[in-house]
Design a protein around this ligand. Structure first.
Ligand code: GDP
Length: 426
């Protein structure tokens, strides 16, 4: 493109003199206004054992009332419970969905505890993909359902991660942004917490689990520094509470103990404020964007390969689902059409074979029936002939008897007449 400079600072560039205000500098405002008008959807998935403090932490973060309904430890399988809230801060509306696990870690066999969660994430991606592929798509509405953040609650054992933690985080790390957090951090003392955090991070790296890293390459150096500090605090140690307690001469959200008060918003007590700042005020957009540009794209690419799409010339067809190298929708359409034609032809042949076999079977049955009928008919005919002969014979016998009777009657009549005439003559 030829380059035009509105201010004309370079000699080689053509200088355009502004005759008035152009205004494309306001594009960012237009964009912000549109988002403010439409509102933002943010979906958080909380994974953790029953009673670890998921609902309480969410209530602490968003002033909701999730912890009022406690779940039991008796569920046979892991389940997911979802709640949606409309929140508003100044002019910005936030549609917040909190999805919590129920019965996670309560089963004897925990090897498949992550399966239900994986199915849920895939279901959301699949409906987004189907919406994207449909003719009358409504991407904005379906957008609401993708999970943007997964808070993984680690038990404050002070030891290390459990097998279920490693299994689940490993299974989900390519599907969602995972932020591991140590729950009920008030139950571990400060020194132990530092070692616990270190041990957890070592295990996460040793098992190559990809957790969400707060971005440090933003334009704003202040944000970069904050994110750098937050990354160094991983896994964030949090405390949740719905109680307001008196701390000095202030009312604070915290937990009251015999020995003192834990203030949730005090950064020397826990990382709650850091977590809130990181996920809500600094990196919410990044979490949403990464969900779409990284996790959804990975899912989409895998599904497209399954459907027959592939835009990599060096793709090895034997490695994945016998996928051919296809570049455009037209290629895929033609290939699918060929496959279908082949399938149809095969089905047609099978159908013809089946039909001929059936006709032959029916023909055999009909022939057998015809044979039976013929033999019955012949038998019946023989019987009829016999009857006819017998009747004929009887008829002839009767005729003879009649004739004999008539003759005898005639003789008798004659004799009677002669007798009568002889009596007359006398
Ligand atoms: P969920 O089943 O994971 O949702 O757990 P809840 O949020 O219902 O919490 C279970 C219990 O743990 C409740 O009695 C909470 O008061 C308590 N609890 C929640 N968060 C904390 C915390 O940070 N520290 C301590 N000590 N207790 C907590």
């Amino acid at each position: 493109f030829p380059k035009y400079n509105l201010n004309g600072s370079n000699e080689n560039e053509r200088i355009l003199k502004l005759k008035g205000y152009v205004g494309f500098e306001k594009l960012a405002h237009q964009y912000v206004n549109k988002i403010v008008k439409e509102g933002i959807s943010f979906n958080i998935l909380c994974i953790g054992e029953t009673g670890i403090g998921k609902s309480t932490l969410m209530d602490t973060l968003f002033n909701t009332n999730l912890s009022s309904s406690t779940s039991t430890h008796c569920l046979e399988n892991v389940d997911l419970k979802s709640n949606t809230f409309e929140l508003s801060e100044k002019n910005v509306n936030l549609k917040l969905t909190i999805i919590e696990t129920c019965g996670y870690g309560d089963q004897i066999d925990k090897s498949n505890s992550h399966q239900e969660i994986l199915n849920y994430l895939d279901k959301q991606y699949e409906s987004f993909l189907q919406e994207e592929l449909s003719l009358n798509r409504n991407i904005h509405q379906i957008n609401d359902k993708l999970v943007h953040l997964c808070l993984y609650f680690i038990s404050p054992t002070g030891h290390s991660l459990k097998a279920i933690d490693l299994n689940t985080m490993k299974a989900l790390d390519s599907k969602v942004n995972i932020i591991p957090i140590i729950a009920k951090a008030d139950t571990i003392c400060k020194n132990e917490l530092l070692h616990f955090k270190q041990r957890i991070m070592n295990e996460i790296f040793k098992n190559s689990i990809n957790i969400y890293q707060f971005p440090t390459n933003e334009n704003d150096s202040c944000v970069n520094n904050q994110n750098l500090i937050a990354n160094s605090l991983y896994p964030l140690a949090v405390i949740g509470s719905n109680e307001i307690v008196k701390f000095g001469n202030k009312q604070v959200r915290g937990r009251q103990y015999e020995w003192g008060i834990v203030s949730i918003e005090n950064e020397s007590h826990c990382d709650f404020v850091k977590l809130r700042e990181m996920i809500l005020s600094t990196n919410m957009f990044d979490l949403i964007e990464i969900t779409h540009t990284k996790h959804y794209q990975t899912f989409r690419a895998t599904r497209y390969i399954e459907l027959g799409f592939c835009d990599n010339e060096n793709f090895d067809p034997d490695k994945k689902n016998k996928c051919r190298i296809l570049r455009t929708i037209k290629d895929v359409y033609c290939a699918k059409k060929l496959d279908l034609d082949e399938e149809m032809h095969l089905k047609e042949l099978q159908f013809k074979d089946k039909f001929i076999k059936k006709v032959k079977e029916k023909e055999l049955i009909i022939k057998e029936m015809e044979k039976n009928l013929n033999s019955k008919f012949n038998q019946w005919k023989i019987e009829q002939d016999e009857w006819r002969h017998r009747i004929e014979f009887k008829r002839r016998e009767l005729d003879d008897q009649m004739r004999e009777f008539t003759e005898r009657k005639f003789c008798l009549d004659k004799l009677k007449l002669s007798t009568l005439s002889s009596v007359k003559n006398l």
